[in-house]
Design a protein around this ligand. Sequence first.
Ligand code: ADE
Length: 246
Amino acid sequence: MNFTVITIFPEILSALQVGVLGKAIEKGVVSVEAINPRDFTHDRHRTVDDEPYGGGAGMVMKPEPLVAAIEHARALHPDTKVLLLSPRGTIFNQQKAQELSTLSSITLVCGRYEGIDERVTQFVDEMLSIGDYVLSGGEYAALCVIDAVSRLIPGVLGCMGSLQDESFNDYLLEYPQYTRPAVFRNLPVPEVLRSGNHSHIESWRRFERIKQTLFKRPDLLSKAHLSQRDVKHINSIIKGIPWTPK
Ligand code: ADE
């Protein structure tokens, strides 16, 4: 998978050099390259911004260098999907990450200053937002997208199994995890996890995924695929009945 990031601050991408993503880049499973819109300017100051038409605060990114950079990315990667990071985009979530992880090339266009000239949106395939808040630039959003998408690509994570039960998969949050010691500051690890009974552990984990989701993100539950047993779990959770092996 290739990621091309169109940014006037390519140094921000160095954050990708650490951890599993850094390893994936080293192995060549993922590649990340930057295209700087300043390289597509024609003045001495390499100007990428200008005052907004109609007045107002801040500067607006000019369309020419950004669109020239997008066209360069498309020439390098003819099958690339061009995504513009913007708080006005559709919300990026796990399902979107899964969809994007099947592509061979993604170009992420990062805006800075107060915004970008609206006409640039005509040259991208889609606009994506990482949440309902405003960042000082699309670069941080691009890092989130690159991370969330890359870890779904085979060969990036050591163990693909770790993707199976994690949050948002199947619209359920993940179950709580514990490691040694068995008791920490008077807080014991749930007995079932130390029982060695794998079908009980599986049942408890499912119960906990449903409980976490019901309490923290009830909006997700309506989209989750729930079995009759899951519905029974929900009724128990609402009544305050704890998990039992039966
Ligand atoms: N640029 C600024 N804020 C953003 C957001 N929330 N998502 C994506 N890009 C952004």
